[in-house]
Design a protein. Structure first.
Length: 68
């Protein structure tokens, strides 16, 4: 996992050979960014106070959810 190494981006699949599974599979968890078709919008009961600039300004139907 590159989280502990603070890489800040995805890494090549074989970058961590010590994490190879018994079936010779690498990097089976994390290390991916996924664009979704969902709009980034408030869920029911969402309250942005006191940090409106961290989310509310993006509820504009121009930004989508990114998982990663």
């Amino acid at each position: 996992c590159n989280h502990d190494n603070i890489v800040g981006q995805t890494t090549p699949v074989n970058a961590y050979p010590a994490g190879q599974s018994a079936y010779s599979c690498y990097d089976m968890l994390g290390n991916v960014w996924e664009w979704t078709s969902s709009w980034f919008e408030a869920y029911e009961g969402f309250v942005s106070y006191p940090y409106r600039g961290y989310s509310e300004v993006y509820f504009d139907r121009q930004h989508r959810v990114l998982k990663g």
